[in-house]
Write a protein that binds this ligand. Sequence first.
Ligand SMILES: [Zn+2]
Length: 99
Amino acid sequence: MEICPKCGLPEQACICERIGKSSQKIKVTTDKKRYGKIVTVVLGFDKSFDVKKLTKSLKNQLACGGTVKEGIIELQGDHHKKVRDILIKQGFDEDSIED
Ligand SMILES: [Zn+2]
């Protein structure tokens, strides 16, 4: 199976092209949960955007756990800067990512 070098997903599941077409305003932030656990929160995706696939890609690349709830991605740990880099690499416009 071919793996897309940009998003790290099998080519069938590749999300790069779809990301490129969207003009979403993404916000990357961190949040402190109970017991002092830090999570990285990524939000602001269009309803039509496949957030689940992106979460899978982020989890693969960051080797961390994470969940999606109502279009909001939560990744365990502080991956703030890396998430931004990955999103840009995947075709998100730098200006569309707020952090
Ligand atoms: Zn891809």
